[in-house]
Design a protein around this ligand. Structure first.
Ligand SMILES: *[C@@H]1O[C@H](CO)[C@@H](O)[C@H](O)[C@H]1NC(C)=O
Ligand SMILES: *[C@@H]1O[C@H](CO)[C@@H](O)[C@H](O)[C@H]1NC(C)=O
Ligand SMILES: *[C@@H]1O[C@H](CO)[C@@H](O)[C@H](O)[C@H]1NC(C)=O
Ligand SMILES: *[C@@H]1O[C@H](CO)[C@@H](O)[C@H](O)[C@H]1NC(C)=O
Ligand SMILES: *[C@@H]1O[C@H](CO)[C@@H](O)[C@H](O)[C@H]1NC(C)=O
Ligand SMILES: *[C@@H]1O[C@H](CO)[C@@H](O)[C@H](O)[C@H]1NC(C)=O
Ligand SMILES: *[C@@H]1O[C@H](CO)[C@@H](O)[C@H](O)[C@H]1NC(C)=O
Ligand SMILES: *[C@@H]1O[C@H](CO)[C@@H](O)[C@H](O)[C@H]1NC(C)=O
Length: 754
């Protein structure tokens, strides 16, 4: 949607035609049937090699009105046709499909607007990619098929044609491992729980704390994967399937005494038995044996749907040797194993390691590792954090391997309002101009948390020759965000978003903050070290908080003037989200007051009064969040339990996984609060309790006796206990309008400032 022009320069010819479905319109027709059931006859879809004159290579489309009153969408591929449909729906009908909010396309008027002039679009890059390997755990661990259907339509409409497809791969692991003689106890000791599979797939962790992952559930996941892959193909996407990376149950030497193995390092605060995965060297003949079984089983199950295979061996795992020859040997043999099954295989690799462990991954080692694959076009590198920590320049464009410019944006599904609009538009296009082996743009968020406009911006940049003008873009985005039947969008909504564009969504100080920020309210309470954190989980507010308050006032004013907005799902979501951020930002000064009072050895009553401010703000925040199910802990937990069907003990284990991932992240807080969320139930029952215990501790501990270790030990007992609870989530879900009005009444100094 939004800004689209024809391309002026030529992209390298890295175009891999992968699936027969490229020439089918069945996928777009069924999408229309699902989302616009009253309009199945209103459209005409055509796939043609030359949708837009002069462009036969990259995806392009043309949308126009026909003489018989239909909207015709012509495109060079299924993905191009769906992109054209999306352009028309978003830009002309002002409707879209959204994360959380769902599909609004059924709001389209019976008689669709005619086009006086055709809408043309032409892609700047052949590939549009989606997902981080960990997104499936942080966001989709417990998704139902309905959740996936919405996501897949969202992706197709936004032009994605190359997504990761990870769900249920443990079924393949189980079958392959059984085949070579591992027993089920050994396999179980390797597989991780439902909320932690991504890191097991990376070889960072192994095994499951709190219970074993039930093989029945893995079967259910695999059945869902059959549907996901089929739908991806139908919608013009080429799934990237997992290949065997080399991690095996630690008892491998029981079945192969001479196997060439290495122990991976311990990962991120974990210890044995949950880390230091056993790694089978790719030059061991058994590696090839496992690879053949692993890939063939998937091709058998899904059909020959792809040549793209995702495989990461050293993601946050240092290789067992520092020698360039070893690295070249590993990649060469890994590559050969892929080719042995699929002669056209393309090895897709996350380039995260080069950024996260750049002291190990010197250019010499990067070149040796990538150089083991002597056919450049057989590899595809994801420059995973390109908006903040791009690796393509220092590695001379990955020494010739095709690569994708990815925006990571979010760690652990953290929830701060945040964006880097200049990097997403300007630096992505700089890469297109300067790197001839750049072949795509993509999204690689750790969690799909919100800030949807920033993800849309990069995907739309895929169709625009010039860096998108963000002012026009935000305006048009607001039109489709709040569009719908007889909606005239109040001017305050445009004004509100325009205030956030050059501020909240334009962070340029990357040395301070380079991804979605966190609030200190989600961190383990302490008298020091919380504020002013920099980097991936910055606690620095990168804009003047007053600007957000003023924008919030506009957003709220729109609803007061046009009360129908309170029933509009996009407005409901955004008002909660922005109110959340205003309250969260106000937590910092209250915290400072408390700590100052404590350090000045003020009387207990004063410390308690300052503490009361903190906990009472958290109560208000919890109520605001409770008005929307997408901001509730119970939504996450209910879906976890639903995955267990009717078995209560499995349901409890899944609930434990769900709670543990967003709090302790590990049996005893190995990566504590990494994937924290500002959700009702978590704020009111977990964070608030931690702060209350902190206030109590301060109130009874003389300043000179403060001991963070003692306090933490006390707290951790309670946290571990909370992780195993299975009830206690009842609360009154308030109604948005009165709840926000109450919050404003209670905290005038927060909401009325200017
Ligand atoms: C759109 O493409 C058609 C050819 O298919 C061409 O006639 C028309 O001029 C193009 N319009 C624009 C605005 O580029
Ligand atoms: C590993 O193998 C040994 C025998 O060699 C066996 O005693 C042990 O139970 C196995 N471990 C697991 C997790 O099954
Ligand atoms: C998939 O490809 C393999 C090897 O090229 C071939 O033997 C097999 O018949 C194909 N399967 C399908 C379902 O087309
Ligand atoms: C890789 O290393 C193994 C073990 O040292 C050796 O047998 C093999 O020949 C090497 N392969 C290549 C391609 O260097
Ligand atoms: C991000 O954008 C800012 C502001 O335009 C610029 O200074 C910075 O160099 C960019 N960073 C990257 C990694 O592209
Ligand atoms: C973003 O912020 C930078 C630095 O303050 C400023 O130069 C630039 O104009 C801003 N960009 C936008 C799109 O507002
Ligand atoms: C509580 O917070 C309000 C608003 O920031 C402030 O005016 C008041 O002084 C605080 N009370 C205490 C005891 O710190
Ligand atoms: C629930 O699952 C557990 C663990 O797999 C199993 O032992 C138990 O028999 C199951 N209970 C029911 C009622 O099926």
């Amino acid at each position: 949607m939004r800004v689209h022009t024809l391309l002026a320069w030529v992209i390298p010819a890295f175009i891999t035609v992968v699936s027969a479905s490229l020439s089918s319109t069945a996928g777009v027709q069924s999408l229309v049937k699902r989302r616009l059931p009253r309009h199945v006859d209103a459209f005409e879809f055509v796939i043609s090699d030359t949708a837009v004159a002069g462009n036969g290579v990259r995806d392009s489309y043309e949308v126009s009105s026909t003489d018989n009153g239909k909207i015709q969408v012509k495109g060079t591929s299924t993905s191009a046709v769906i992109s054209g449909l999306h352009r028309y729906l978003a830009e002309v009908v002002h409707l879209d499909v959204w994360w959380y909010i769902g599909s609004r396309l059924d709001q389209a008027p019976l008689s669709l607007p005619k086009l006086d002039q055709p809408l043309n679009g032409s892609a700047v890059v052949p590939l549009r990619y989606h997902f981080n390997t960990v997104t499936t755990s942080y966001t989709m661990a417990f998704w139902s098929w309905e959740d996936w259907e919405l996501e897949l339509d969202w992706m197709a409409l936004r032009g994605i044609n190359l997504p990761l497809a990870w769900v249920g791969v443990e079924k393949i692991f189980i079958d392959v491992f059984r085949e070579v003689g591992f027993n089920d106890a050994e396999i179980s000791s390797f597989l991780s729980g439902p909320a932690f599979q991504a890191w097991n797939r990376f070889g960072n962790i192994q095994g499951s704390w709190g219970g074993d992952v039930p093989f029945d559930w893995i079967e259910d996941q695999f059945k869902m994967q059959l549907k996901i892959v089929a739908r991806m193909v139908e919608l013009g996407m080429t799934p990237i399937l997992p290949a065997f990376p080399g991690f095996v149950p630690s008892n491998v030497t029981r079945i192969w005494p001479d196997a060439a193995t290495k122990k991976s390092p311990l990962w991120s605060g974990f210890s044995a038995p949950y880390s230091a995965d056993t790694y089978l060297d790719p030059f061991d003949p058994h590696f090839l044996q496992l690879q053949k079984s692993f890939m063939s089983r998937q091709l058998e199950a899904f059909g020959n749907v792809t040549h793209y295979w995702t495989l990461d061996q050293f993601n946050e795992n240092k290789p067992g040797s520092r020698e360039p020859d070893y690295l070249r040997n590993v990649s060469h043999n890994t590559w050969q194993s892929l080719k042995a099954v699929d002669p056209d295989a393309i090895w897709v690799m996350q380039g995260w390691l080069f950024a996260s462990d750049s002291s190990y991954w010197t250019n010499e080692r990067v070149e040796a590792f990538l150089g083991g694959v002597t056919e450049n076009s057989d590899m595809l590198i994801l420059d995973l954090f390109a908006e903040s920590s791009p690796q393509w320049q220092r590695t001379n464009s990955f020494f010739g391997k095709p690569w994708i410019w990815c925006q990571l944006h979010d760690y652990g599904g953290n929830m701060g309002l945040y964006g880097q609009i200049e990097n997403v538009t300007i630096n992505s296009m700089q890469a297109v101009r300067e790197s001839k082996n750049l072949v795509g743009f993509g999204l690689s968020p750790e969690g799909q948390e919100g800030n949807e406009i920033i993800y849309d911006l990069l995907l739309d940049q895929s169709w625009s020759e010039k860096p998108i003008d963000t002012q026009t873009y935000f305006h048009d985005w607001v039109s489709s965000r709040y569009g719908g039947k007889c909606t005239r969008i109040p001017k305050e909504l445009y004004a509100a978003w325009e205030m956030l564009r050059p501020t909240v969504y334009n962070n340029t100080q990357l040395s301070i903050t380079n991804a979605v920020s966190k609030s200190i309210l989600e961190l383990l309470p302490s008298t020091s070290g919380l504020t002013g954190r920099k980097g991936h989980h910055s606690t620095v507010i990168t804009y003047d908080p007053n600007t957000l308050v003023q924008a919030w006032q506009q957003l709220y004013a729109a609803g007061l003037r046009k009360p129908f907005l309170f029933a509009h799902p996009a407005y409901q979501y955004d008002l909660v989200d922005w109110t959340r951020q205003v309250l969260v930002n106000a937590f910092d000064p209250l915290y400072q007051t408390l700590v100052d009072a404590y350090k000045a050895a003020k009387p207990e009553s004063e410390i308690r009064a300052a503490g009361e401010n903190l906990t009472s703000l958290l109560e208000t925040l919890d109520k605001v969040l409770s008005t929307n199910k997408h901001f509730r802990l119970s939504t996450w937990i209910d879906s976890a339990r639903a995955n267990a069907r009717t078995n209560l003990s499995i349901a409890s284990f899944f609930e434990y996984n769900a709670r543990n991932q967003i709090t302790l992240w590990g049996p005893t807080g190995q990566i504590e609060d990494y994937a924290s969320k500002q959700w009702s139930g978590l704020v009111g029952k977990y964070y608030k309790q931690r702060w209350q215990m902190f206030v109590d501790y301060l109130a009874k501990t003389p300043t000179g006796n403060y001991n963070q270790k003692d306090f933490k030990a006390q707290l951790q007992k309670w946290e571990i206990d909370w992780n195993t609870q299975t009830s206690d989530l009842d609360y009154q879900a308030g109604e948005l309008r009165p709840v926000v009005a109450d919050a404003v009444k209670q905290w005038p100094q927060i909401f009325m400032q200017n």
